[in-house]
Design a protein around this ligand. Structure first.
Ligand code: G6Q
Length: 548
């Protein structure tokens, strides 16, 4: 049975009145009053360290947020997910991506059957294949080893492997170049095909459904391109698939022996741990892929066993709810201070926004409250020279997650020190700010006269009191990256559980797809229907006219 609405929870009501005072607190004062704040509000889990002390809360706030989590039955909802209950109600599906990273010794039940056997059989199939490709034993049509891997997939079948391959670049096989084609914009595929050769390229068609129009269009185009110089018999050495749809894979012309299966209980945006992770295994090898899974599993164990007040995903989620539902913060920044994590904000954007960008509860009522924030970001320090102005002096309160690795994979020590100094300085600056007296004193110290100082100083004021979390990884490795992704998966889960929404469907992507289908028939020459609104009709007319 669903618990009552989020806003009806006694803890929500208590937090509302608590917020009346809390909104006026200054973090500077909180730190001054509580010298142990850093040690008290930081923790380690699965190899990650989280400092959440630079947030606008006291122990009372935290206690109320934890009470909210209990009233919203987060633990019971978590246990239901791990036990294989069909918590994705609108699609009648279990949500068991956590089973993909469980050790083979652990039984994972779905409808009373252990799914561990199928999971580990697929991992073994992936390992056998990737070992051959990496060693050069897997030969292309002309007897040459594979040099380029092109993953054709979109959304969850692209973002995960693309992000992880980028993040684990130092672990990558030297001969194998990884390419990711997602967009239906032909520029994406054309640019990659211009860089690769049919005889040495392996295409992975990655699609859970094997019906996604963008992926199918790109896959068929890649197949035609390949057949310009190679024969149909050669396809088996160059095209493999990751999918749940064996019939469609066979219809496409891929030998199902070259298909790496997964299952409907793996959501697209949670699928990097499955056969969709094949590009990752090809890049870093099965042993490192095993560490990637193990890192995520370590976070799963932490999430399942740590008390709520020492539970990293729960604490991150509750801090987010504090800002989203009480301070009305509409967005949240992800700032990884690591160049190889360039795609991490985009990955989390899908994970969070497709999961929790919803306005109805699991039982179809209005949520009556704000839900998932807008997630955005860019790597530091680049971001500091772009949008950080807004974070420091803009009119919105935007919490930031800083993410940094303490040990780099390079030997440029000066760079690393400068990187970390900037990362730590940004959270300090966001919290401390600079008041008018300080800004004026600085102006005067630089020799400005009183009038000049009075005119300039207001522009140099930083309100401060802007919250952030800092996540530190000992180094960016397969294991720590696995733990980090799992951390955010569970954070998103906890927030969805508190809000009472189904974080595992994505009906919001359907309407645009349906309309695109009907507009495409008109762009392809079907009689114009003019059934659209005037704007859409006008745009279609202009596109058609431009062709003549
Ligand atoms: C993710 C979404 C979505 C999905 C893509 C690709 O959770 O469901 O991003 O991954 O639409 O779908 P296919 O893998 O079926 O092609």
């Amino acid at each position: 049975m669903q618990p009552p609405a989020f806003t009806a929870a006694p803890a929500y009501q208590a937090l509302l009145s608590h917020y009346d005072q809390a909104q006026h607190w200054s973090m500077r004062d909180l730190f001054a009053q509580e010298p142990t704040r850093f040690s008290r509000y930081s923790l380690e889990a699965a190899g990650l360290f989280l400092d959440y002390s630079k947030n606008r809360f006291t122990q009372t706030t935290l206690d109320l947020l934890l009470q909210l989590a209990r009233e919203r039955e987060v633990e019971a909802q978590r246990d239901a997910m791990f036990s294989g209950a069909k918590i994705n109600l609108t699609e009648s599906r279990a949500v068991l991506h956590t089973a993909l990273r469980a050790p083979s010794s652990m039984r994972m039940l779905l409808d009373g059957e252990d799914i561990g056997g199928a999971v580990h059989a697929t991992l073994a199939q992936m390992q056998a294949f990737s070992d051959q490709v990496r060693s050069g034993a897997w030969l292309g049509a002309t007897g040459q080893a594979i040099t380029d891997v092109v993953n054709i997939g979109i959304g969850g079948s692209d973002l995960g492997p693309a992000m992880v391959c980028g993040a684990l670049r130092p672990y990558a096989h030297a001969r194998l170049q990884m390419h990711f084609v997602a967009n239906v914009d032909g520029h994406d595929l054309a640019a990659v095909l211009a860089r690769v050769k049919p005889a040495t390229t392996l295409f992975i068609i990655a699609s859970k459904s094997f019906t996604t129009p963008e992926t199918m269009l790109n896959a068929h185009a890649a197949r035609r391109w390949f057949l310009q110089t190679c024969s149909k018999a050669d396809l088996a050495r160059h095209f493999v698939a990751a999918s749940t749809n064996a019939t469609a894979v066979a219809d496409f012309g891929i030998d199902t022996a070259n298909m790496f299966p997964f299952w409907d209980w793996v959501g697209g945006r949670y699928s990097v741990w499955s056969a969709i992770g094949l590009p990752v295994m090809l890049a870093i090898g099965s042993e490192q892929f095993g560490y990637f899974l193990a890192g995520a599993h370590a976070m799963d164990r932490h999430f399942c066993s740590a008390p709520l007040d020492q539970n990293m995903p729960v604490l991150l989620a509750l801090m987010g709810i504090w800002y989203r539902n009480f301070f009305a913060s509409a967005s949240h920044v992800i700032a990884p201070y690591h160049q190889d994590m360039m795609r991490f904000p985009a990955y989390l954007q899908q994970l969070d926004m497709e999961s929790n960008g919803k306005s109805v509860t699991s039982d179809g009522r209005s949520t009556m409250s704000a839900t998932g924030p807008v997630i955005w970001g860019e790597v530091g320090t680049n971001a500091q020279h772009a949008y950080f102005q807004h974070l420091h002096q803009g009119s919105d309160l935007i919490p930031v997650d800083f993410i940094a690795a303490l040990r780099p994979s390079h030997t440029l020590t000066t760079h690393q020190n400068m990187l970390l100094a900037n990362c730590f300085a940004q959270s300090e600056a966001l919290m401390h700010g600079k008041n008018l007296a300080q800004a004026s004193a600085e102006c005067r110290a630089k020799g400005m006269d009183a009038a000049h100082s009075a005119a300039l100083a207001p522009h140099k004021v930083f309100a401060g009191n802007r919250p952030s979390n800092t996540l530190l990884l000992p180094a960016l490795t397969p294991a720590t990256l696995g733990a980090l992704i799992a951390l955010y998966e569970h954070k998103v889960f906890v927030q969805g559980a508190v809000w009472g929404i189904n974080s595992f469907d994505q009906w919001g992507v359907e309407l645009g797809k349906e309309l695109a289908h009907s507009i495409l028939t008109e762009l392809n020459g079907a009689p114009r229907t003019d059934k659209h609104d005037a704007s859409t009709n006008g745009l279609i007319a202009r596109a058609l006219a431009a062709r003549q």
